[in-house]
Design a protein around this ligand. Sequence first.
Ligand code: 6R9
Length: 634
Amino acid sequence: MIGRIRNLEDYTVAYRTSVNEPEAFWAQQAESFYWRKKWDKVLDWDFEDYNVNWFKGGKLNITENCLDRHLLERGDKTAIIWEPNDPKEPNRTFTYKELHSEVCKFANVLQNNGVVKGDRVCIYMPMVPELTIAVLACARIGAIHSVIFAGFSASSLSSRVQDAEAKIVLTSDGAYRGAKTLDLKPIVDEALEFSDSVEKVLVLQRTQAEINMQEGRDLWWHEELAKADDQNAAVETDSEDPLFILYTSGSTGKPKGVVHTTGGYMVYTWYSFLNVFQYEENDVYWCTADIGWITGHSYIVYGPLLAGATSLMFEGVPTYPDAGRFWRICDKYQVNIFYTAPTAIRALMAYGLEHVELYDLKSLRVLGTVGEPINSEAWHWYHDHIGKNKCPIVDTWWQTETGGIMISPMAGITPTKPTYATLPLPGIQPVLLDSEGKEIEGKGVEGNLCIKFPWPSMIRTTYGDHERCKQTYFSTYKGYYFTGDGCKRDEDGYYRILGRVDDVINVSGHRLGTAEIENAINLHSAVVESAVVGYPHEIKGQGIYAYVICDGDMVEASDLEDIKKEVIATVNKAIGPIAKPDKVQIVRGLPKTRSGKIMRRILRKIAEGDTNNLGDTSTLLDPSIVESIKEGAQ
Ligand code: 6R9
């Protein structure tokens, strides 16, 4: 089959071709799909005044490739297996035929409610099959989906809905997460108080919680569905029409809407899915991510369905009803390929092997990780106890902006090395740059990771603000896409990601901007200023350490413990539980240079507990501040 890499030699040849003849290489991959009209030109690009077009002039509908195309050969094959939060609740499965019909029905629901090509649809839902159906239904009618993780607060949801000027919001009454039942609809109601663009809200019943339905705006999902027919002619889109927006944090305060388009994203998510995981036709594949993140978009929905795979979707959490849940699900469905995050592995490791030993895990063939660097201990635990020493681990490095996996072993083909993402996929040309922007050649070197040539699923713009996209990714190093990650290339030419070099922290695989958290903390009326840094955290990878200056007139020393709690609650309300600081230290000042810049390097060292080695503090406006912060450190 076109595109398949089966051994190291295939990889070497594919890689070489992809660099020497990128257009021919990707055109060949794109031939696997159904295009209503073939492209006129494979690639057009400019990294200086950023602009990239893949498969220019091509016309298609991505859902015809995810669904219709499979109906003849795989109509009765299971497309989606859904495992509910509560193991006692029945599961649900959808064959390709059934999924096709559900997507068509919901596409009709959207169209009946006035949604047309190019409209933005915000989706704020739990991990239920209707979420996947809704995503695909948007794609079917050419609407742009913007999925917002259902753990975000009303204010985070509101800013995303407003930025995208969404016409419609899809949600549910509530959500189950482990032992908790959460209300989602009231969060949507609060978020929409300041939105003028949203005309309708469609509400799925999940928890049967009592909720308010706003007359003229809110509609029940099941009632709308009952009126819809199961035939829907897919809307033709251009290869470069936006497929979705996904908001992600950066080093500045406001999350940005990363825009992905259709043709290139389709080709690359399919190609990377097949090869990285070495997917086989009858495999059961499970990615534990939430569809609210890019991993869920590319490797629960699009990549697997484009490949005609069986993709498992799990509503719950790894530790409910107990810490053996993941492994029980693996046995229950005889999962062959399992893809998760290092933070989940570390958390489960801490519960002990007794939760693993109850299960057989013999069906597993390939294990994957994503989201953050995996430490050696977690890698070995995963390899030995889950993979029983026989499953290759693919440590996949990529980003919301890259759309698909960039650096990773091909399972069972690329020799692995713990903590290394190893080698670039065909079509990906990574380089390491020094602080002057010069490429660092050779092996055994470290630098800032950049990509010097376009790949099909790369970010096209940041929604509504192309300048921001250029500034963020293409201005640090002229002519390169800058990832924000530091990276090492070792003696074997293998890549190891060292973590972010900007003001982004990675908490349990979730990206958060320090400025975003600081803005949230500063909402507290007694806070004058704050600075947030990451520090190593055993389970989360990085924890959040907040240094906070309070207004002396408003706060008594005896109130400090309360203030700390309130600061945490403020962040919870402004962003959501994922951004809650792990540690809050009230300080009388922050280490600033004479020009007023906070020296975060010093704050990071103190948060790490490495206070003997703070480097030169003589340039600080008030060096005594450092001593007082050190004394109060946690
Ligand atoms: C897919 C995803 C992107 C950031 C990225 C990097 C970190 C992701 C990694 C990894 C080391 C890996 N990251 N995968 N670091 N090894 N295998 O996670 O996207 O949420 O945008 O995060 O995550 O720092 O820059 P996103």
